[in-house]
Structure formats: structure tokens, C-alpha cells
Write a protein that binds this ligand. Sequence first.
Ligand code: NPW
Ligand code: ADP
Ligand code: MG
Length: 282
Amino acid sequence: MKSSHLITKEEILKLYKPIDSKAHKGTQGHAVIIAGSYGKIGAAVLASKSCLKSGCGLVTTFIPKCGYQILQISIPEVMTVTDENTNFITNIHLPLIPQAVGIGPGIGKELGTQKALFEFLRVNKAPLVLDADALNIISENLSWLELVPEDTILTPHPKELERLIGKWNSEAEKFQKTIAFSEKYKVIIVMKGAPTFIINRTSVYENTTGNAALATAGSGDTLTGILTSLLAQGYEPKYASKIGVYLHGLTADLALPKTGYESFTASTIIKYLGKAFLELEN
Ligand SMILES: NC(=O)C1=CN([C@@H]2O[C@H](COP(=O)(O)OP(=O)(O)OC[C@H]3O[C@@H](n4cnc5c(N)ncnc54)[C@H](OP(=O)(O)O)[C@@H]3O)[C@@H](O)[C@H]2O)[C@@H](O)CC1
Ligand SMILES: Nc1ncnc2c1ncn2[C@@H]1O[C@H](COP(=O)(O)OP(=O)(O)O)[C@@H](O)[C@H]1O
Ligand SMILES: [Mg+2]
């Protein structure tokens, strides 16, 4: 297997940019989260809340109509734009030019959603995070990756990775195929797992934070929100991916003594984001 570089606190401290005292919401980036379908609006809530709580100034979330009240009541700080359709996304229209977009958590694979994703990828110019069902749809339409901005961040868990690159027979082959995929499509792959690796062309980075408390529904959805927020704030994708993965894992390391493994949930990740960022302040 190819040797990897460790993502350590020392490295993250060099990449992290503290918030300027003259900052206002307009300078902190406007992020868009496109997520959710009937029964999975929670994915949109988790991604949007973690996005907002990772420092970007404004968050707009695009959801099917059924999620409108849920989202507005769960997170009043987040603006909401709804699809014409009730239960799933069919036509992505944004009344703004976003600084970054995260798309995929909980969107499902309805034909209408597949078409909406293709149309969105055709017109989108903003730095992008692709997760969950966006990856599952793209796995069956790999040529769509030619439409995405260079250095788009893909965040597959092992099953989503298999759908993208095909089966592997060994760890070495998994890395070899993921590297080849990253090179071919000029994308950054956050290979989620225990630990998470980031593959950027032939470079492999291994995260040093995180623990099994993260093995809980929605923890990947929060990572999508964090990464999208960092991109919206102007971090280059190669740095946003490292900082985001590091902070996401750090929330679990900081929370574990208080929550134990069992009671830790994706909402705990969001709760501990503040403490994780404060670790970068010294
Ligand atoms: N509250 C909400 O609204 C939530 C909404 N959510 C949304 O739901 C949608 C479906 O997402 P999903 O990931 O559950 O389904 P899917 O892609 O079929 O993968 C499941 C299979 O993958 C595997 N697998 C996964 N991790 C693995 C690992 N570490 N290591 C090894 N294998 C691993 C495992 O396969 P197995 O081992 O069982 O063969 C498992 O059965 C998606 O849009 C998501 O955003 C969720 O975020 C939850 C909260
Ligand atoms: N045992 C573990 N140790 C460290 N991190 C883990 C562990 N289990 C899960 N994670 C992390 O939790 C997240 C799970 O993402 P994902 O499977 O997409 O969840 P969901 O789709 O439910 O939001 C990933 O970031 C993964 O690295
Ligand atoms: Mg996921």
C-alpha cells in the first residue's frame, strides 16, 4: 500500500485561518446545501446546521417542499428554498450565486432527482462537495464527473466507494483504484472509514482524529456540512478536506469522555464543533 502522510494538529494549525475581527456575514461565505427527501429531511437539517456552525456567514438549504417547516423550525438561521415537488428534488433553482455547494445527503435516487442533479452539475461553477445519493447516482453515470469543478470533494463511505470504483480484492487495490479515480476525474476523495483517508491524485493523507462514537446515523451528513462551510469561506479544497475531516473526528474525541460511545449522536458532533474549533485557537 502507498505510504500516507498523517493529518496532525500541527499541520491543521498551519492551514487554519482565524476569523478576521472585521468580518461580517457577507465576507464569511454563502454556502448552499442541497439535501433531503420525504423521511430524510433530517439529513438536510444535520448538514445545514453543521455548515452554519463551521463558520460560514450564510447558509441556504434547497429541499423538497415537505421539508420546509421542519427546516425552518429546526434551524431558523438557515434560509430555505424549496423544490416545486413535495417529496423529492426535481429542479434545483437557486436565487443566489453560492460560494460553495454540498449536495447529496438524503436526496434519494428518483429519476426526477437524477435529472435535477445532472442539470445542476451542468450549470454549477461553485466549489462542490458530493456525498451520499449524489455519489450513488453518479456511480451509474460516471461521465457526469467531467462536468464538476476541478478538485471537487467526494465523500464516499466504503459502500459508496465500491459503487464508484468497483470491488477491490485487497486494501492495496482499494487505494490503487481510488488514486486512479482521483487522477482520472481530477477530484479529491475523502475515503471515509476508521480512519478516514484523503486521496488527492497520488497523495494519500491519513486522519488522526475520530473514534467509533462516529458510527452513528447522520455523522457523514455533518461532515458534508463542515466541508461545504470551509469551501464557502475560501479554503482551497485540498485544505478544506483536511481541516474538515480533522475537526469532524476531533468532535468525537472531545465528546467521548462525556457521552461514551453509545449516547453519542450526529447532533453531538454539531454540539462539539465549537470546542473543536477552539482547539485550533492556541
Ligand atoms: N436522518 C437522516 O435523514 C439520515 C439520512 N441518511 C441518508 O440515507 C441515505 C442512505 O445512506 P446509507 O449510507 O444508510 O445507505 P447506503 O448507501 O446503502 O449504505 C449503507 C451500507 O453501506 C455499507 N457501509 C456503510 N458504512 C460502512 C462502513 N463504515 N464500513 C463498511 N460498510 C459500510 C453497509 O453495507 P453492508 O456492510 O451492510 O453490506 C451499509 O449497509 C443517504 O442519502 C444518507 O445521506 C443517512 O445519513 C442516515 C441519517
Ligand atoms: N469506527 C469509526 N471510527 C472513526 N470514524 C468512524 C467510525 N465509524 C464511522 N466513522 C465516521 O463516521 C462517518 C460516517 O459517514 P456515513 O457512513 O456517510 O454516515 P451517514 O450517511 O449516516 O451520515 C464518516 O466520517 C466515518 O469516517
Ligand atoms: Mg453518508
